[in-house]
Design a protein around this ligand. Structure first.
Ligand SMILES: NC(=O)c1ccc[n+]([C@@H]2O[C@H](COP(=O)([O-])OP(=O)(O)OC[C@H]3O[C@@H](n4cnc5c(N)ncnc54)[C@H](O)[C@@H]3O)[C@@H](O)[C@H]2O)c1
Ligand SMILES: O[C@H]1[C@H](O)[C@@H](O)[C@H](O)[C@@H](O)[C@H]1O
Length: 328
């Protein structure tokens, strides 16, 4: 039985607690902390977990074997470093931390400890459709990849969203996915601004990211965070001999009165629910070879930072990563 402590019991924290306790076997949630006492109390009531005064107390608790961090991004570094210092595996929701420097401190702390302890919540690596796409790509069936076209549309986003959040909270998923899909690093990024949507208020929405990869593949990513009609995730790879695209995720289509209709997911919980299940199941089972680790969290942060810079200047920004420690 793995005894898990949870730091941050908001929307995704509670969703992960539900899957740890009702979807995944041999896990118990024994400790929780949230700066919002009501949120922690909800988890305590549903699991019997002890409420601790803060995240550090959860990590230090004797009945906690592993830690799940789902608090706000700017608190992640402190908790992930504390978990590494305690030698406890830690699953940290994205982003790993809010600056490349902070992510690098985590990479270095883990390397100094000499064991892989960190997994970052980039759940697309666990999604059946993305995994199937990668399998086709790796099989060589469509030939050498040349380009990938992606779209990431949210129906709406929370009020706290500023222009940079479109990159650091939303596009960061494609940034990680692309590194994993092609098994190579992103070497430069440019962010273009099309005509702004009137649904978007003060933020520049949509955006178009152009990612250059070390293998010369080009990836374009449309990010729309006020698409209104639903949550829509797309991806298509153009290879020398064919194309492969994420399939339609719909369980049903209806033909009626001269029309063909199918539902669009409302949000990421509906679209990626099964992927989160696999992600946490594999985390509990032990670190998998291509699980997103601290290095991936760092690399995604460097690319996000460069994209935010490009969003401000309109310039193409080249990307340089630190030396990769042997452990990673
Ligand atoms: N992988 C995904 O698809 C995905 C989806 C949603 C959210 N997230 C990430 O998960 C994290 C949480 O997002 P959310 O949507 O659940 O936000 P949320 O605001 O609903 O929940 C965050 C919770 O953390 C608590 N908190 C903040 N600081 C804390 C601290 N220092 N100690 C303890 N608790 C603290 C807040 O009180 C809140 O209850 C973010 O990093 C977000 O980017 C990832
Ligand atoms: O925090 C959420 C989450 O990461 C979703 O997967 C993403 O689509 C949203 O844009 C973001 O706001």
């Amino acid at each position: 039985m793995t005894r898990v402590g949870v730091v941050g019991a908001g929307m995704i924290g509670r969703d992960h607690v539900r899957r740890l306790t009702s979807v995944i076997s041999r896990v118990t949630v024994t400790a929780v902390a949230d700066v919002d006492a009501g949120a922690a109390a909800l988890v305590a009531a549903s699991t019997g977990a002890a409420v601790h005064p803060d995240g550090l107390a959860v990590i230090a608790a004797a009945d906690v074997d592993a830690v799940v961090v789902c608090s706000w991004g700017d608190t992640h570094e402190e908790y992930v470093l504390a978990a590494i210092a305690a030698g406890k595996p830690v699953f940290c929701e994205k982003p790993l931390a809010t600056s490349p420097q902070a992510c690098l401190r985590i990479v270095e702390a883990e390397a100094a400890r000499g064991t892989r302890l960190v997994q970052v919540g980039y759940m697309r690596r666990y999604d059946a459709a993305y995994r199937a796409l990668k399998k086709v790509l790796d099989s060589g069936a469509i030939g050498a990849p040349l380009m990938m076209h992606c779209a990431h549309r949210n129906a709406a986003v929370p009020d706290f969203y500023r222009p940079e959040n479109i990159i650091t909270d939303t596009a960061v998923h494609e940034i990680d996915m692309v590194r994993w899909m092609f098994g190579t690093e992103i070497t430069a990024v440019r962010v273009l601004r099309p005509r702004a949507s009137r649904n978007a208020g003060a933020i520049p929405d949509p955006l178009l990211l152009v990612l250059e990869l070390a293998n010369e593949v080009l990836v374009d990513v449309e990010i729309s965070v006020n698409a209104r009609y639903g949550y829509d995730i797309r991806g298509e790879i153009l290879g020398e001999n064919g194309t492969a695209a994420l399939g339609d995720q719909n369980p049903i289509t209806v033909r009626r009165a001269g029309h063909l209709t199918s539902p669009v997911p409302a949000d990421w919980r509906e679209r990626f629910g099964p992927a989160y299940d696999v992600e946490l199941r594999e985390w509990v089972a032990g670190h998998m070879p291509d699980a997103p680790g601290a290095w991936d969290g760092y690399a995604a942060s460097v690319v996000s930072d460069a994209a935010v810079q490009s969003l401000r200047t309109g310039e193409r920004v080249p990307i340089t990563l630190a030396a990769r420690p042997k452990l990673h």
